[in-house]
Design a protein around this ligand. Sequence first.
Ligand code: ADP
Ligand code: MG
Ligand code: MG
Length: 905
Amino acid sequence: MKTIYTFGNGHAEGRADMKILLGGKGANLAEMNLIGVPVPPGFTITTEVCRLYNEKGREAVVEMIKDDVMKSVAHIENLTGNKFNDPSNPQLVSVRSGAPVSMPGMMDTVLNLGINDEVAETLAQKSGNPRFAWDSYRRFVQMYGDVVLGMKPTNKTDIDPFEAIIEELKEKKGVQFDTDLDVDDLKELVVRFKAAVKENTGKDFPTDAYDQLWGAIYAVFDSWNNERAILYRRMNQIPEDYGTAVNVQAMVYGNMGNNSATGVCFSRDAATGEDLFNGEYLINAQGEDVVAGVRTPQQIMTVGSRRWAEMQGISEEERVAKYPSLEESMPECAKQLVEIQQKLEDHYRDMQDMEFTIQDGKLWLLQTRNGKRTGAAMVKIAMDLLREGAIDEKTVIKRMEPGKLDELLHPVFDKSAVKNAKVMAKGLPASPGAATGQIVFFADDAEEWASRKKKVIMVRLETSPEDLRGMSVAQGILTARGGMTSHAAVVARGMGKCCVSGAGTIKVDYKARTVEMNGKTYNEGEWISINGSTGEVYDGQVATVDPDLGGDYAAVMALAEKYSKMDVYTNADSPRDAMKARELGAHGIGLCRTEHMFFEGDRIKAMREMIIAPDEESRRVALAKLLPLQRGDFEGIFKAMDGYEVTIRLLDPPLHEFVPHQLETMRELAEETGRKLEEVKLICDGLEEFNPMLGHRGCRLGNTYPEITEMQARAIIEAALNVKAAGVDVHPKIMVPLIGVKAEIKMQADIINATAQKVFAERGETVAYKVGTMIEIPRAALVADQIAEVVDFFSFGTNDLTQMTFGYSRDDAGKFLAIYKELGILKEDPFQVLDQEGVGQLVEMATRKGRAANPDLNVGICGEHGGEPKSVKFCNKLNLNYVSCSPYRVPIARLAAAQAAVEAE
Ligand code: ADP
Ligand code: MG
Ligand code: MG
């Protein structure tokens, strides 16, 4: 087994496509050598060795790789002409971890390894720069103490013992920067650092270079299994058995004086995608100094430097004098760097994030990788590369992270404004976007304030269907309780409305109309801002800007359209949502819930009258009032969806959700219907159920009160005939919820068909319609073949199907799901990402059985999963006809569908 891969001087045993074996860093260090980029020589111990280390233990592994390590160190020595562990001609190295995917929690890099008192003297003499020698030494002792000997505090608020010593010395000397310390100061630091190590670990600081090297190698391997790394892997679904590689590399010194520097750079702008090489550097510095903010870093390019100075309010004279660009301070190196970044980008055909060091005027690259970027940059960079001919259309699709599109669809906070905003609380990023408004606590207040053109944010412990109208007029919603699938979260996402849910630290007092956050008490009417993409809640008003959906975004969506096979529909209950979804690329409505329509205005009254009606006859009287209202709603939606299918679901929730809960409202209802208060109260209370989600709802309502189904079917068919007469191309689909038994759907289908025939006869005209069912009860999936005989289509209601397959209540699962994820019992929240292993089997089986019994069966899904990329890809694999999701998720689903199609090729 080959345990180590060397690289250096234009040769390498590894390659870019060996990331699993060599880690991302190691694979790219090898590749850079192969394409002629200057990289200090070194070697990579494979991830396979890490796995063996975890299985067989330290000794077995050392035995196995000892000789290879010695040989590989000699490889470095041959190329540099120096010797490791030789005080007369010392070679120092860095030890760097590197997993197949970038992973916080892994061991930090140790630089200048191999140094001791004697070596430091030699380095000082040879370089003629004692400051450099002792600066390297003190850095090494600190890094080794922190990361290998475990002295770095794990608690964020504790101060690093070495930093404390530095601060103390700087204060004593009255200086501001590390660079202001002189040689004697640095020597003193080394002495005091070592004393701190001795005190802390009880052992002397290791002076032998090989002892230091092995210590660092063990530390990298051990860090694979530290708590932070394990947690990160669980949260991000990174396989436990990947392991990390160890990179050992000859040092190059950015701290060798004013002709040396270190920096990081990007081949394009990672925030906006602009094709502008940019980055930062520091003269006479090493390693992480640039990102750690020890001094103000300078810009690499003069263009960038001028932009930076302008934003900082720094004059051109001051900029040139104090913060010159690399182009200005080291023009030769800058020129070389510009060439190399172009070479790397051309080679990898993607935006590169690079790290470099300049030692005494010579440039070295230490890392390159495909750079992380915002959603906007992702879209722009891919389209630019396509136009430049660097990548093809399918690669554009593959490069997209569908979830990131979200960032482009909603208003966003102005970048500089949010920098200065004060964070008062943090919840879940339940529905992305930015919102700013005045606090209100109740739905009716929200409506009232909004009608006076005020911008409001609804702040609640949690929301319920009664809050819908308030939510729809609010800029955003903030709740103290509830998870990513809480009522507030789901409804807000559906509305494309910004929402932060489950901000557990806020204290809402409905009575006093106050909310306390971070020690400040806010009254109704005070301004706050919420960030639905990060979950942050800010004090006061923070400026927002509108998104631009043309240009590159539109171009990417056109490509998605071109390459996807499966269609994307939307879940929409109103013409407005339908229009929005259409704009965002939806090709139909996969779920139109009718119950929301019963809450608006006076409708709830007719609905309540229907519910408390003592007999069929009075129920029909109330239903007759609802008929024209529903018909009108459907007409609006049909018009908005001209040419596309509209799937309307019959009444689904338990009736109890519609009746009043307060005595006051019950009294009103009693008065309006001319009945006794006690009677009304008795009926309302009688509708209470222990498990309403498993109670009298869905088709169970339509089968026990057939006149409800009749009314709804009539409203749909009449609406379809009306718009058809007006020239609309209408395709109604009537969908029955919560079927578990064939007879249930048979009975409903009979009512629907009979009603349709009756309306056709009355009108003397017909319209084509389809009848189908939700598959959301496991039993329905099991007997899908029987059910398919009666219907034209299936729509998997994966929210309920997940709930009932797992036996988790959607409303209560928040309490334990987070813990389950942390413990690794569940990899993902099954309400967010479809559980392919379990629930997915039901979907697969029901589709197969259904299509076997009815070859024309049309199949889709309409749960929250319809907009989740992994779940969409799964649906594509099962050859579903469509996925349906909330309007703002349509672009995400379209892109995921296109990706699935391209990846399947
Ligand atoms: P990370 O994974 O956190 O980016 P790296 O292994 O890239 O850690 O190391 C961080 C920094 O240390 C690098 O950006 C580089 O500046 C510096 N560094 C690492 N190895 C060397 C080396 N051989 N010579 C000089 N600097 C190095
Ligand atoms: Mg790095
Ligand atoms: Mg359902």
